[in-house]
Design a protein around this ligand. Structure first.
Ligand SMILES: [Fe+2]
Ligand SMILES: [Fe+2]
Length: 208
């Protein structure tokens, strides 16, 4: 499989720093939920043990990363530590999200579809590559106290927002009719597990 990834990216800075409590309470109910994308009010998780619907899981991820990118875009060149913290969270969120999309969701979508789905599949991969292999690595290398960082953060936000919009308005809507509910739940369950593994792998690598 082609390496499309935000998973191939370099390390973010700020190893070992903790996230400010104010940020956590505003963006997510808890740190654990920020990493596992299981918001308390998700309809798909209303019943204990009920598998997460694949599309709901991905939309929850989108909401979380858009909130983080919005926070980052509102920071100034003086907010050096905050920028590093937010960027680390964005990096991990995008890394885990693109992994489960590319490994599990996209292949199932493509397999269930036809020419139109193959076309959207490759477009989506290219967008992952543009954000993950070009813009995000540049941002990770940029001095957070610079205006260049502000510009790159804005471009990353716009790229992700565009990509998310296309996924939600085209790919996910098509997937809802191409894949039955049971399949979407199975995919959701696999993605939930895989995401946890990816996050644990990431944390272990950072701790080395
Ligand atoms: Fe995506
Ligand atoms: Fe996505």
């Amino acid at each position: 499989m082609i390496n499309h990834g935000m998973h191939a990216l370099g390390n973010s800075s700020g190893k070992g720093r903790s996230m400010p409590v104010t940020f956590l309470t505003r963006a997510f109910p808890s740190r654990r939920e920020a990493f596992t994308a299981k918001p308390a009010r998700s309809p798909a998780r209303r019943f204990k043990g009920f598998p997460m619907d694949a599309i709901q899981l991905l939309k929850d991820d989108h909401k979380a990363v858009k909130a983080l990118l919005g926070e980052l875009a509102r920071t100034t060149t003086r907010a050096v530590k905050r920028r590093a913290t937010l960027l680390r969270e964005i990096h991990l969120n995008l890394h885990a999200h693109t992994r489960i999309e590319e490994e599990i969701f996209y292949p199932a979508y493509r397999e269930a579809g036809d020419k139109e789905q193959v076309k959207l599949y490759y477009e989506a991969l290219e967008e992952h590559r543009a954000a993950g292999d070009l813009v995000l690595p540049g941002l990770l290398q940029t001095d957070p106290s610079s205006e260049q960082f502000s510009g790159r953060a804005k471009v990353l936000k716009e790229l992700v927002e565009h990509h998310v919009e296309e996924e939600e308005q085209q790919m996910f809507k098509q997937a809802r009719s191409l894949l039955d509910k049971e399949t979407l739940r199975e995919l959701g369950e696999r993605m939930t597990q895989r995401k946890q593994e990816v996050i644990e792998g990431w944390k272990a690598a950072k701790a080395e």
